[in-house]
Design a protein. Structure first.
Ligand SMILES: O=C(O)CCC(=O)C(=O)O
Ligand SMILES: [Fe+2]
Length: 292
């Protein structure tokens, strides 16, 4: 692990978030943002107090801009997600991509932990890493993301609104935080929308927030680089989870697929070894019976 990655990974696990300044060139943020202009213009305000009635959101960023893949596959983002989640899963998976614009008059979003969308135990494992890529400056006044430092270690404490920090961010910066970190979008008291891209990565065995296989069906994912297709879910999670006809689902991205297949185990090494021993024992016993 590079020094930079290990520094940010340690900070992420310690205080629940980390900021990487100048992680991408601002030109790249500008071209992505320009591609998203018509989508923000066409998207109505959200309906609901969590999503925010003065907030616009849309997903499937990988089909809305050819530049989105650069952000989704950013080595620092993937490195941080692997570091926080790798010990709890065989592979990480893309959980969502979302453009978010918080407009004038928006109230602060309800402080929440993104991992609460999944019903498993909390405080024992990490479920998710969120990356926010600002496309405008993020400030205290315009709806910059609010974060509660250390809240990833401290569940059940009463909410102290004053303990929130709002890091000032510029386009090109990257904000990473854990699914266990208490956070929320801020209220916007300026006339200008605050625009950002959220990309989140989750344990590969979870149901994703945004149904990646439906927003990127095989005819779309066929155009992705193989690593990107695997990240959006065209890969099995050992043992044998997320298959098609007992095969790796990347089969669907090939030109031709047979109607019938031999379902084929996809096991972790230690599982394969335990199975080999079990089978060998039974075969030895059978040979003994036949021999006697
Ligand atoms: O837009 C933001 O700053 C955060 C949004 C957020 O946390 C969410 O929608 O879950
Ligand atoms: Fe959130």
């Amino acid at each position: 692990m590079t020094y930079l990655l290990s520094h940010h990974a340690a900070e992420l696990l310690d205080q629940g978030y980390t900021i990487v300044r100048g992680a991408v060139p601002t030109d790249l943020v500008s071209v992505l943002s320009a591609d998203l202009d018509p989508h923000f213009a066409a998207t109505p305000f959200c309906d609901g107090d969590f999503y925010g009635r003065r907030t616009k959101r849309f997903g499937s960023l990988l089909t809305r801009s050819p530049h989105a893949a650069h952000f989704v596959q950013h080595p620092m983002a993937l490195g941080l997600a692997d570091h926080a989640l790798g010990q709890f899963c065989d592979r990480i998976a893309l959980n969502l991509t979302q453009g978010i614009e918080i407009h004038e008059g928006a109230l602060a979003q309800y402080p929440h932990r993104d991992e609460d969308m999944w019903g498993g135990p909390k405080g024992e494992i990490e479920y998710l890493v969120n990356i926010i890529w600002p496309m405008t400056p993020f400030t205290q006044e315009n709806g910059g993301t609010r974060l509660w430092p250390g809240s990833n270690h401290c569940f059940g404490a009463a909410l102290n609104e004053d303990a929130a920090v709002v890091p000032e961010l510029m386009p090109g910066d990257m904000l990473a935080f854990l699914g266990s970190t208490l956070h929320g979008g801020g209220g916007n008291r300026t006339p200008h929308p605050r625009r950002g891209l959220i990309v989140s990565y989750a344990l590969g065995w979870l149901k994703p927030y945004e149904l990646q296989w439906l927003v990127y069906p095989p005819e779309v994912a066929r155009g992705f680089a193989p690593e990107l297709a695997a990240l959006v879910g065209y890969a099995q999670h050992r043992p044998n989870l997320g298959n098609v006809e007992g095969q790796d689902p990347s089969l669907l991205l090939r030109d031709h697929m047979n109607d019938h297949h031999a379902a084929t185990d996809a096991l972790r090494e230690e599982q394969a070894a335990a199975l080999r021993d079990y089978v060998a024992e039974q075969e030895a016993a059978r040979a003994g019976t036949l021999g006697g």
